[in-house]
Design a protein around this ligand. Structure first.
Ligand code: ZN
Ligand code: CU
Length: 484
């Protein structure tokens, strides 16, 4: 194929296009921010050529579930993500978003996981997107509106349903946010700021999403004994409001519920026959969020990730800390809260069954501001590729890539991303399928993965041979292709 000189050609790669199709050897050329040619052997020249040496070249990974709302502004290199091959992050999950909110005091948990200070919030998404334009990060950003954030802005107490008037105010804020470029609504019905919200409150808000276009993602009310009821609530919201729903970090929590993924995936499959449902997962048997007695009670082991009240507890076992303090675990929780924790509460068989489901996307759920974060922040994507696909043989490499690229772009309605084809954005990751693996552990959670050679965002290189390049070509991706 003859063509004009490209900016970049990557030759001799195993092209994994993100659709799930088998990889094929070939070359890929980039001009500006987009892929301009793909073929078995491109005969054009380029300002820069890279010999991939047979390594895999895939669309940049899309992190389907993040809490990177503020991290992309305060840590724009986003090394924890680009070192994994991530080129786009979906923010605002679990009902918690950086906008739209104006408050005077420290926000309630879990909002404090992303924004501990009132001044961290943005009054609206127009201001947030313009901040991203002024100080661009290395990665692209898809932003959701958090239901708890909306509640924090219009309600004086969270232990009740919103009044008609408050629902009206939240609908107005949500509509403006979606018009300003937010892609959907997230809820965290498990958490205190939203737990008292009845299903009807979410349906009323999801109706606005239906009118403006977008989706509803949810950290469900119950991922333990009541997981089946929570799935039904999630499906109902999607049906009533006619919006696609995404079940966040799907899991079956607590010993009594281990093994229930067969049941939950059957329920999801039955509902998928009549409505749009997606789900995401992180590849670990431990979860992480704020420190909470309910979660501790369901866990075989709890590690502290941060504490506002006590220093030096990061990475420590809660039971050991309680014993040293001469307190029961519950009393120790009261003494060190607000705090964060890692909880060992899932079954490996459930994690694998959910991960292998055809609608399941990969999302890290990493908490970038934790002092001793869950290793998922640095390890999620290489762990799926290296551990679950290569070592465990849970699915082919191409399926693993699809769950981080094409499937994710389709589920969230992201245009020209998540796929290798002419005209798509040149978000790319070059990696070694034989060696890619996570290195972050629960003891040492902040170590970059092995095997990620080069990463490009909008045609510019952000990662090469174990180091960030300093380029920050990321964009706020406004809106979504999901129809109204
Ligand atoms: Zn969550
Ligand atoms: Cu989350």
């Amino acid at each position: 194929m003859a063509m004009e000189k490209a900016d970049l050609i990557i030759r001799n790669a195993m092209l994994i296009d993100g659709t799930g199709a088998p990889g094929t050897p070939g070359d890929l050329a980039v001009t500006g921010s987009r892929i301009c040619a793909i073929g078995p052997s491109l005969d054009c020249g380029a300002a820069q050529e890279i010999d991939a040496g047979g390594k895999a070249l895939a669309p940049g990974f899309i992190d389907a579930h993040t809490h990177d709302d503020r991290a992309v502004l305060v840590d724009p290199a986003m090394t924890c993500k680009v070192s994994q091959g991530v080129t786009t992050v979906v923010t605002g999950n679990c009902g918690v978003s950086i906008a739209p909110l104006t408050i005077a005091a420290r926000p309630p948990g879990p909002l404090d996981l992303i924004c501990p200070n009132p001044s961290d919030f943005f009054s609206g998404f127009a201001a947030y997107f313009s901040a991203l334009e002024k100080t661009p990060p290395a990665v692209n950003v898809v932003a959701q509106v958090g239901h708890a954030t909306l509640r924090a802005g219009v309600m004086d107490s969270f232990d009740r349903a919103a009044t008609m008037d408050e629902v009206g105010q939240m609908k107005d804020l949500l509509r403006q946010a979606l018009k300003d470029g937010a892609a959907g609504l997230s809820t965290g019905l498990y958490y205190a700021p939203a737990r008292a919200a009845p299903t009807e409150e979410i349906e009323a808000l999801a109706q606005v999403v239906h009118e403006e276009g977008g989706f509803h993602s949810t950290h469900m009310r119950d991922e333990a004994d009541g997981v089946a009821d929570s799935l039904e609530e999630t499906f109902r919201i999607g049906r009533t409001a006619r919006v696609p729903v995404i079940i966040s970090h799907h899991k079956c929590v607590g010993l009594a519920n281990h093994g229930r993924s067969g049941e939950t995936l059957r329920l999801i499959d039955a509902a998928r026959a009549t409505q749009k449902i997606g789900l995401d997962i992180y590849p670990y048997v431990a979860s992480s969020t704020i420190l909470h007695k309910d979660r501790v009670a369901l866990s075989s082991r709890t590690l502290i990730t941060w504490s506002e009240k006590a220093d030096g507890l990061e990475g420590r076992d809660l039971e050991e800390v309680a014993a040293e303090m001469g307190l029961t675990p519950d009393a120790a929780i009261d003494a060190i809260s607000p705090a964060g924790a890692i909880y060992f509460l899932m079954d490996e068989r459930d994690v694998k069954a959910i991960m292998a489901h055809p609608a399941t996307m990969i999302g890290s759920d990493g908490l970038p501001h934790d002092r001793h974060p869950h290793p998922r922040l640095w390890g999620t994507f290489p762990r799926v590729l290296g551990h679950y696909a290569r070592e465990e043989g849970l699915f082919p490499l191409e399926t693993a890539v699809h769950k981080m690229t094409g499937l994710t772009a389709r589920t969230f309605g992201l245009k020209d991303r998540g796929i290798l084809c002419e005209g798509a954005y040149a978000d790319l990751v070059l990696f070694d399928p034989a060696s890619v693996i996570d290195t972050a552990t629960f003891e040492r959670p902040e170590t970059p993965a092995d095997g990620i050679s080069q990463v490009f965002v909008n045609g510019q290189r952000v990662w090469r041979d174990g180091a960030a390049t300093g380029a920050r070509p990321g964009k706020g991706l406004r809106g979504t292709q999901l129809g109204t």
